[in-house]
Design a protein around this ligand. Structure first.
Ligand SMILES: [Mn+2]
Length: 244
């Protein structure tokens, strides 16, 4: 069985209820027989760069990842647009790290995994911004910044960027985005032979059967509700609703 999470947009303060709920559900997974966890982006609202201070800021999160690894649970991370350039921090903990969407084979199912932020090709403004922040030059620039520079200069900039991306999200055309997602997932399942498509980013909860396959988007967590999915590849995913 696999557990899937996306778009929690957790607060930087791990004592918040949503953060605690997330850690609690992760720690319960080994006893439920979960063998893999897929984290499909925007888990934190802000977690960018290879900085050591993240391990202190989010000590409970990183120790939970280590706990999963100790219990032989494979953790797979696909970058979102709020949490990226984390390869070193994650691979040190045994996490399988992906910067882009990927095709994954499990129990002879062809699965598409991604955050979903490149699906809507009409949002050119966002795609331009994405090319900057995901570029090797930007990654190298932030990897060279010492911790104190990152903490005192880049952290405030990143917070501002995070706020801006949220306001952009509010103003974007949701109907057009909806259509882009529908075209994308239908094409993957009908034309490219995928059995399952898991995406996030769109913040619209959706479990949709398409021919013999399905598309799942878990939507986003709020300040007191959230969800994750459990999936046995021969079955339809089960969505677990949480309130806290
Ligand atoms: Mn996103």
């Amino acid at each position: 069985m696999i557990a899937i999470y996306s778009d929690l947009h957790l607060d930087i303060d791990d004592s918040k209820a949503g953060n605690q709920e997330f850690f609690k559900t992760l720690r319960a997974l080994p006893s439920k027989g979960v063998l893999e966890v897929w984290l499909l982006g925007d888990i934190y609202d802000l977690l960018v760069g290879p900085f050591g201070f993240w391990k202190k800021t989010h000590q409970q999160f990183f120790s939970t990842l280590a706990f999963l690894s100790d219990h032989k649970v494979k953790v797979l991370w696909v970058e979102g647009n709020h949490d990226f350039h984390l390869k070193k921090l994650m691979t040190d903990l045994g996490v399988e790290y992906h910067q882009e969407d990927l095709t994954y084979e499990i129990e002879s199912k062809k699965v598409y995994l991604g955050h979903g932020d490149t699906v809507n090709q009409l949002d050119q403004e966002y795609l331009k911004w994405r090319r900057v922040i995901k570029s090797p030059i930007f990654r190298r620039a932030i990897s060279l910044a010492p911790n104190f520079v990152a903490k005192n200069i880049m952290l405030p900039i990143a917070r501002k960027a995070s706020r801006q991306s949220r306001s952009r999200e509010k103003s974007r055309n949701l109907d057009l985005a909806d259509q882009a997602y529908q075209d994308f997932v239908h094409s993957l399942i009908k034309d490219s032979g995928y059995d399952a498509v898991f995406l996030g980013h769109h913040h619209k909860k959706q479990l949709q059967k398409i021919q013999k396959g399905f598309y799942l988007n878990l939507g986003c967590w709020s300040s007191n509700t959230g969800r994750y999915a459990l999936w046995t590849p021969s079955k339809t995913p089960e969505i677990i609703e949480l309130s806290f």
